[in-house]
Ligand binder design. Sequence first.
Ligand SMILES: [Ca+2]
Ligand SMILES: [Ca+2]
Ligand SMILES: [Ca+2]
Length: 270
Amino acid sequence: MNSLGRWTLVALAFGLATTTTRAEVVLYANDFETAIGPEWSSTSTYAWGLQQTPADDTGGGFLGYFGGDNATTLTLTDLPSGLASLTLEFDAYLMWSWDGEDTRPVDGVPRGPDRFGFRSGTGNGLVAGNSWTFSHGSAATGLQSFCGDTLAPCAPTTGALSRYALGYRFEIVPTEEDLDTTGAAPMDSVYRFAWTATHDGGTTASFTFFSAGLQVRPDLEFPYLDEAWGLDNVRVIHTPVPEPAESGLLALGLAMLAVVHRRGRRRDAC
Ligand SMILES: [Ca+2]
Ligand SMILES: [Ca+2]
Ligand SMILES: [Ca+2]
């Protein structure tokens, strides 16, 4: 092998080394197609577990249903030690008549605000959570505070990954206020979140997902028929930050590639 070939191999090796050390590490993943696992708990007093969406009753598994002021928590206890950050990714499924910022009473109960959010707990540096209002109502009365890049409040379903794709429909008895939303209407949305939090390096971490202010109907067999939520495609990952030494290797690798490139050009010019 000539010297140019050897240098190319060495440079590629450095490049590969620096690339592979930054690959994400999946610490937890669940698409809820087969099992929930004991790592999940909930404050809900109603039955909760694996569910299927109406639109896909064989591959649309998710964790639900939650409503009211429920919380559900994912607790991980066997993380590798020494991690400085964790990234939480998940899809939130929102179904039925979320009212967003609408506080008008119906039967003496305020419609909203209807909030969903999440926070980190044990082991994570950021205990404070994020929560927003979400709406499937009309733009006239039911704006929401989850708005992506636009100013809040904004139109219902702003920033959603999908709308009306899960197959849920909502039947309402029309009232004078709801003349423009009568009849069974498709009513669901999916939001995709990715959130990175600092971590204390321990082997335990938890993440809590919660709703607040959702209307509950204990008189019904299914009390969350007005508005409910669930989770799917939950992942916890760690993406290593290049150490200073690794950054040095990357710089060295790039410098070697530059040398190889210059030698190649010089040889071509001969
Ligand atoms: Ca699923
Ligand atoms: Ca409602
Ligand atoms: Ca409500």
